[in-house]
Design a protein around this ligand. Structure first.
Ligand SMILES: [Zn+2]
Ligand SMILES: [Zn+2]
Length: 169
């Protein structure tokens, strides 16, 4: 009898210990669920902002700077900062979804058109324009390959000078 009641007490005690433990585990699980949801929400907001920046860039052909993109988005995304735009553009460039074009001493301009193509940058108004030189660069690729035996895969071609508007001023 004594032995049995001792065992009963042991079970009773271990249940008493277990109860707060279960509560604690449940509480911890709630905290981690909350943290996970919060993390997911932050991630969703982050990628929502990134896609908004990408969409704004893909809509235009003027090769905007980070500042120009920020100005065009800040009314729709009041919580957006210039730093966030810069960071997301860097990520998008690392992912190969955007390209940057810049000339010496100038700001980086961004382009959602990622296949190799040539640019013209006006040194006066800083505007960046696409140049359609595909047939010429294809010939140039062939020329390099025939003369040097290299396999050309990409190029970055940027001309600078004055655009028509600045020339006529
Ligand atoms: Zn110009
Ligand atoms: Zn371009």
């Amino acid at each position: 009898m004594l032995h049995l009641s001792g065992q009963k007490n042991y079970i009773k005690n271990s249940l008493q210990i277990k109860k707060p433990m279960v509560y604690l585990i449940r509480k911890l699980r709630m905290i981690t669920d909350f943290e996970r949801d919060r993390h997911m929400e932050l991630k969703r907001n982050k990628s929502k902002k990134r896609e908004a920046i990408y969409d704004a860039l893909a809509r235009v052909t003027c090769h905007p700077t980070a500042e120009m993109l920020y100005e065009s988005l800040k009314d729709d995304y009041p919580e957006l900062s210039l730093g966030t735009v810069y960071r997301n553009l860097t990520v998008l460039e690392e992912e190969g979804r955007v390209k940057s074009v810049s000339h010496e001493g100038g700001h980086a301009h961004y382009d959602a058109r990622t296949e190799p193509h040539a640019h013209f940058i006006c040194r006066n108004c800083q505007s960046v324009m696409d140049l359609d030189l595909t047939d010429k660069t294809t010939k140039l690729y062939k020329c390099i390959e025939d003369n040097c035996g290299f396999k050309v895969e990409n190029h970055s071609l940027c001309f600078t000078g004055l655009c028509k508007n600045c020339l006529n001023k």
